[in-house]
Write a protein that binds this ligand. Structure first.
Ligand code: G3P
Ligand code: MG
Length: 261
């Protein structure tokens, strides 16, 4: 199968990862605000469903790492998730020692997608919404997330980019929001990238930054697609990737990367 992008996507050069994961607790409103303060216009975040099907910003299957609570997100109803502080364990890894300022803050709770949309609109940010399902729930997670986004996202704003490692989720996105761009997530450039990009009608391919090869970037771009890489936090590495032709660096440290990099 050959691939021809349905529409071209102009990605920013720099995009915050999980908001701005190194600057504030990941996947929280505080993190999204930190990304905006660092100057980016786009943010990536992960969306998962609670036990009762509420889409929230969350990365791991289990609650432990970011909230300190036990159990799985898929077993926790929203009313419980809402009480958790997502700043648990934040800070020391990055040497910024900022965690004390975040503990217990209202904007460090696990946010619903709905309140996140309000925050994004307020800050004039465009989201890269990564569908991050609990195993077995890719289609359901995509369906709930996209239906809610369709209801909340204004037509006069640049549409969200929908991305996922779970390509079934992209199929749902294509059905429910055909006019919104989709990003195919992979670690290495897939051998069958042309077929996959065509099947899910994707506008961009997102690769692991360490596994991104210049010839692959050249081919994917020549076919009309945008290329993003995750998660690059060093400026020299970022420059090398841009030199390889990568369009967009997804980073925990948007404060380090001027858009003019
Ligand atoms: O969307 C890019 C990146 O977020 C993918 O990896 O594990 O950080 O969601 P992860
Ligand atoms: Mg992600």
């Amino acid at each position: 199968m050959t691939s021809t992008p349905a529409f071209s996507l102009r990605l920013p050069r720099i995009m915050g990862h999980r908001g701005a994961k190194a600057l504030a607790p990941e996947n929280t409103l505080a993190s999204i605000k930190a990304a905006a303060e660092a100057g980016v216009r786009w943010v990536e975040f992960d969306v998962m469903l609670t036990a009762d099907g509420v889409p929230v910003l969350f990365h791991d299957e289990t609650l432990k790492r970011t909230t300190g609570a036990s159990g799985a997100m898929a077993a926790a109803p929203f009313a419980q998730v809402r009480t958790l502080d997502a700043s648990h364990g934040f800070g020391s890894k990055y040497g910024l020692r900022a965690e004390r300022g975040f503990r217990g803050r209202a904007d460090c709770r696990v946010p619903s997608l709905e309140e996140t949309v309000a925050c994004l609109l307020d800050l004039n940010l465009t989201p890269n919404v990564e569908i991050k399902p609990t195993p077995g729930l890719a289609e359901k997670t995509a369906e709930v997330t996209i239906k809610q986004l369709r209801a909340l996202w204004p037509d006069d704003r640049p549409p969200p980019l929908i991305s996922s490692f779970q390509w079934d989720a992209l199929a749902v996105a294509k059905d429910l929001a055909p006019g919104w761009p989709r990003g195919l997530l992979a670690e290495d450039c897939p051998q069958d990238w042309r077929a996959a990009m065509a099947t899910y009608d994707c506008a961009s391919l997102h690769l692991h930054w360490r596994r991104t090869r210049k010839p692959d970037v050249a081919q994917v771009k020549a076919a009309g697609y945008a290329v993003a890489v995750y998660t690059v936090n060093g400026v020299r590495a970022g420059r090398r990737l841009l030199d390889k032709g990568v369009d967009c660096l997804i980073t925990d440290r948007p404060d380090r990367f001027p858009e003019s990099l």
